[in-house]
Design a protein around this ligand. Structure first.
Ligand SMILES: [Zn+2]
Length: 258
């Protein structure tokens, strides 16, 4: 989730940063080769690009990777996906893992429990409640959410971070049949209007339940949904909240049918 468009770093800056990271990670990987069978950064990047992610927008951190500014994947999760992908390429049995890791299982998808950290300011709390209401308003789907006051009982935690950067909030995708584990809000954008806040959190919960960006090519196109949906909540640039598009509603009904 990004705002505003003009805050984007030029591609060249990303490129240089990535090259530096690749160099650093490759070195580390070489040293660890005997100790760990983990896929190297180049292979992981090749996998992510094969899935439609922009190779210029992949940043590797110590134990996770941040894709297109606001999609987070843990290293074990990514390594598992790469292993499955390599097995598939080698002609091995295609597992259902990709689908299970991308969506929430029926055990959890009718009530995704969300906990709001006490550090989240009131205006963002209002947006979280509004976003839960938004997703619950979609009919013809089994997807549902609620806010819980018990952190230990929660699937997903909403908390504050702070960075002078062009992401407003970021979230984990589902993993192992469970919802994405957290949504981090960037306090740098605390002054956004309520309408932008609501769009932002509704968008991040979209990632939490397994949606990718509509304006990028990552993920798998959901058959039967429009191929052009510029006002979708899953556009990576925030808009004032104006409701879901018919494409958003249809996509939700298709991936989480009654
Ligand atoms: Zn996003």
């Amino acid at each position: 989730m990004k705002y505003p468009k003009q805050l984007h770093l030029p591609g060249a800056v990303f490129g240089c940063l990535l090259m530096l990271l690749f160099a650093a990670c490759s070195q580390k990987d070489k040293e660890m080769k005997d100790a760990s069978p983990a896929a190297d950064v180049e292979t992981m990047t090749e996998y992510l690009v094969s899935q439609g992610f922009d190779g210029q927008q992949i940043v590797f951190e110590k134990d996770r990777v941040i894709i297109e500014q606001d999609i987070i994947m843990t290293m074990p999760e990514l390594e598992k996906r790469v292993a499955d992908w390599q097995e598939e390429k080698a002609g091995g049995v295609q597992t259902e893992q990709r689908r299970h890791t991308s969506l929430i299982s029926n055990s959890y998808n009718s009530n995704v429990r969300i906990y709001i950290d006490p550090g989240v300011p009131t205006a963002w709390r209002t947006a979280v409640q509004g976003a839960v209401n938004n997703w619950n308003s979609i009919s013809g789907t089994r997807l549902g959410m609620s806010i819980t006051t018990s952190q230990s009982n929660a699937h997903c935690v909403v908390f504050m971070g702070y960075q002078n950067a062009n992401w407003v909030a970021r979230a984990y995708l589902p993993s192992g049949g469970l919802p994405g584990v957290s949504v981090e809000i960037n306090g740098y954008y605390n002054s956004l209007s309520a309408s932008y806040k609501l769009f932002t959190i509704t968008h991040e919960f979209g990632h939490t339940v397994g949606f990718h960006h509509t304006n990028q090519t990552s993920g798998i196109h959901i058959p039967g949904t429009p191929t052009s949906d510029p006002n979708s909540v899953m556009n990576s640039f925030i808009l004032p909240w104006a409701g879901f598009t018919s494409g958003d509603v249809l996509a939700t009904q298709i991936i989480y049918p009654l």
